[in-house]
Design a protein around this ligand. Structure first.
Ligand SMILES: Nc1ncnc2c1ncn2[C@@H]1O[C@H](COP(=O)(O)OP(=O)(O)OP(=O)(O)O)[C@@H](O)[C@H]1O
Length: 342
């Protein structure tokens, strides 16, 4: 299928600062494409350039084969959630959406439909000013869906959402892609994308670091690791190695845990059963993708916790990284960005 978003040598400078640096990538329909990069990598600027909200210093961004400048604007063509906080707090959710619908020539019934879709029907008449960030994100998603557009761009849509909200967003994005739409969503956390995205565009300091399927990214990262606890470590190691897996004993001697790559957890369980070997634990460790992302972007994180992306920030061997300690997280170290929202 033809690429819907085409970014070619796109560059944006703010004075001496190059926010986006000769960036080229494409985004296809029928898939969720994750746009991944540490804080300050240039994701929001790129989305704003694609949407024609900023003028590029160089290069082009095309949507549907035409440069954005000549692209028919409006919510029927492209829906976007950039900053959920940028809404008039005095209006009700329904009034906000109706103003948008009216401005885009959309029927009033769409307001009720999208409020239902995002789970805000009961809050339709409430002032947005009283909404939590998670509710504002849902409202922003509702606004993006209002025109039933074939192309959807979301900038960190799950920020501020609780676990249920994150799961709901993930399912929604997958469904929108399955309907054949082009879904492009940014995040600074691999964990938010690995179960949602089919493809990844990874950037750091405005430059392209990778554009590939999640599977390719995972393969490059050495694949997923399955941690297996067993009192029969030597026997199980022989069985797994014979099936092509790489097996590393973990922890201290006698701890009897194996880190297995190259075989999925269900296959390991089935092999152990077939050979009559006891397994006490079988855990897929998803942290390897986050670690690969951190390694890939270690030199390009704009702000960094003292000590750099080293031991303190790496995921612990046994678990997922704490998102609160991702490198250069804004709440830790970001200075004020002058003019950003001006
Ligand atoms: N209007 C502006 N004026 C000056 N510098 C800007 C402006 N907008 C963005 N920048 C700078 O450009 C760089 C990229 O910023 P951008 O917001 O696009 O990154 P991001 O990847 O979206 O980051 P985050 O994950 O923190 O939202 C940063 O160094 C930022 O400070």
């Amino acid at each position: 299928m033809a690429d819907v978003i085409e970014v070619d040598e796109l560059t944006k400078k703010y004075g001496d600062k190059t926010a986006v640096d000769r960036l080229s990538f494409t985004v296809r329909p029928g898939q969720v494409t994750g746009f991944l990069g540490p804080n300050g990598a240039g994701k929001t600027t790129t989305l704003r350039l694609i949407l024609g909200l900023e003028r590029p210093t160089g290069g082009t961004a095309r949507v549907g084969g035409v440069p954005f400048a000549s692209h028919p604007r409006g919510l029927r063509h492209v829906g976007a959630l950039l900053d959920a906080q940028q809404v008039h707090g005095g209006r009700s959710a329904a009034a906000h959406l109706w103003a948008l619908a009216r401005g885009n020539g959309l029927p009033r019934r769409r307001v009720g439909e999208v409020l239902d879709e995002v789970g805000l029907a009961r809050a339709a008449g409430r002032r947005i000013g009283g909404f939590s960030l998670g509710m504002k994100q849902r409202l922003g998603i509702a606004a993006a869906l209002l025109g039933d557009p074939p192309v959807l761009l979301f900038d960190e849509p799950v920020n501020g959402m609780d676990a249920e909200g994150v799961r709901w967003t993930r399912r929604l994005l997958r469904r929108l892609a399955a309907e054949g739409r082009t879904v492009f969503l940014s995040s600074h956390l691999m964990g938010e994308l690995e179960n949602t995205a089919d493809r990844l565009v990874v950037i750091g300091q405005g430059r392209l670091l990778a554009a590939e399927s999640v599977r390719e990214f995972a393969a490059r990262a050495g694949g997923r690791t399955v941690v297996v606890g067993t009192p029969q470590a030597a026997e199980l190691t022989r069985v797994l190695v014979a099936e092509g897996a790489a097996v590393e004993p973990e922890g201290s001697a006698g701890a009897e845990r194996l880190a297995v790559t190259g075989l999925a957890a269900d296959r390991i369980g089935a092999l152990a059963l077939r050979h009559g070997l006891q397994v006490n634990e079988l855990t897929t460790r998803a942290a390897s993708l986050e670690a690969a992302f951190m390694d890939m972007t270690a030199d390009s994180a704009e702000y960094r916790t003292p000590g750099g992306p080293g031991a303190a920030e790496r995921p612990s061997p046994g678990g997922r990284p704490d998102p609160g300690r991702a490198p250069g997280r804004r709440d830790e170290a970001e200075p004020t960005r002058k003019g950003k929202d001006a």
